[in-house]
Design a protein around this ligand. Structure first.
Ligand SMILES: [Zn+2]
Length: 430
């Protein structure tokens, strides 16, 4: 018995019937030209025939309704009707209630363009129930026809393709999810180490962070300890490439993200508490640049909170420049200072507390309820300084101490130390 040859081509998987409006569920989309790559002519003008209440695309299963009673028509001497038991023998069989006719699912969606039209693919369909099981006509005859066998073969291949593709997509999807999960765990670990070192007020960076360094800094050293007990962290840290997320730049970016999250919470609480006060002061940082620090004081959840909000570099140190900075900062975080700012606390310097054009007066000109209070901590500091000055020995001690550290905080001294540090870090060793 010779092996059956199938006159079948891949283009039958891409029939134009799938391009019907609204059919978006079938991932198999064929080329739009009227012939396939293998030269098999395609029937570009061959939309899937049949009524509206049977399958409209190969994405749908064969339509096989089971009615309580199928309509009967007189054929020959008897009244005959469609028999739903035929479904079990012919999986391709479809029945249209509106037409009271049968159709072939396989031939409608998978037949070759060159296949001749059959009654099972026509608009009217097959409804000659008397001949349904005849050997020379009807369902049995159609089931054995070459064009139908080819269509059935294409249908099976199509289902196999869909199954294998969905299996592959599942695998890719699972692998992708696993990778995302691993990356999230790694980044979370890095962020938690940064948060730990930041809240413990430890410096993150080491002087030398190369692998042969004895001390690579708190951040890398802590991460290394975790890696000793966590295979994923260890693997990520040893990975070749540049996605380790341990550089100083990345550390700063993650810290900035964490700071923004904390700041967002503070701003949210301030807004919910409605009224608030500001406490502000300016001082020089290590680079001798003036920085304005801003703290908000508010009542939230049964307690008074004082939360640091922001640092701002201040170029203009006069009352206008400083008051503008404070207002800009409040506006930046969407705090309604004109209505809700009810207090300001600064040191007693004239530029801050001046009655007519000090920072407090300028802000109160816009925020009427923002009364100025001389900062108690600064008051205490003044008391302590005066107290110390009244005891000669203690005054002498602090004067000496000030003379000792004073020169090292001068800009020239800091520049000198900075240059020496840069030289010792980056100059080649001889
Ligand atoms: Zn068929």
């Amino acid at each position: 018995m010779g092996k059956k040859k199938f006159n079948w081509c891949l283009c039958s998987l891409y029939s134009d019937s799938d391009k019907r409006a609204g059919d978006t569920s079938d991932p198999y989309r064929g080329p739009s030209s009227s012939s396939c790559l293998t030269g098999c002519p395609r029937a570009a003008t061959n939309p899937t025939p049949g009524p509206h209440d049977i399958s409209q695309s190969r994405a749908a299963d064969p339509t096989q309704p089971v009615l309580r009673m199928f309509p009967k028509t007189t054929q020959g001497q008897k009244r005959r009707a469609f028999n739903p038991q035929w479904y079990s023998k012919y999986s391709w069989l479809e029945y249209s209630v509106s037409k009271d006719s049968a159709y072939c699912y396989a031939c409608r969606h998978f037949s070759l363009p060159s296949a001749s039209e059959s009654v099972f693919t026509s608009q009217a369909g097959f409804s000659h129930w008397k001949k349904a099981l005849y050997k020379d006509g009807g369902l049995t005859f159609h089931d054995r026809s070459d064009s139908h066998v080819n269509a059935m073969f294409a249908w099976r291949e199509y289902k196999n393709h869909m199954l294998s593709d969905s299996g592959l997509m599942d695998l890719i999807d699972q692998e992708y999810k696993r990778k995302v999960e691993e990356n999230r765990r790694y980044i979370k670990t890095i962020a938690e180490v940064l948060l730990l070192t930041a809240t413990q007020k430890q410096a993150q960076r080491g002087h030398r962070e190369s692998e042969d360094s004895d001390n690579r800094g708190n951040f890398i050293e802590t991460l290394t300890v975790i890696a000793n007990h966590d295979a994923l962290i260890s693997e990520k840290m040893r990975e070749k490439g540049n996605a380790k997320y341990t550089s100083g730049t990345i550390q700063n970016e993650i810290l900035e993200c964490l700071a923004n999250m904390v700041r967002d919470d503070i701003v949210k609480e301030v807004k919910e508490s409605e009224v608030f006060s500001v406490i502000s002061d300016e001082s020089k940082d290590l680079q001798k640049k003036e920085q304005l620090s801003l703290v908000v004081r508010y009542y939230y959840s049964g307690a008074i909170h004082e939360s640091f909000l922001d640092f701002q570099y201040a170029q203009d140190l006069d009352a206008k420049g400083l008051s503008d900075k404070i207002i800009q900062c409040l506006e930046k975080y969407g705090l309604n200072y004109k209505e809700n700012l009810i207090g300001q606390g600064y040191d007693g310097a004239a530029v801050m507390s001046g009655k007519h054009s000090g920072v407090a007066a300028r802000i109160q000109a816009e925020a009427k309820q923002a009364f100025y209070v001389h900062c108690n901590a600064h008051c205490l500091n003044l008391v302590l300084v005066d107290t110390v000055k009244s005891v000669a020995e203690v005054d002498c001690f602090f004067t000496l101490l000030q003379r000792l550290y004073g020169p090292y905080l001068a800009p020239s001294a800091i520049d000198f130390v900075h240059r020496r540090m840069c030289h010792s870090y980056f100059a080649p060793a001889f």
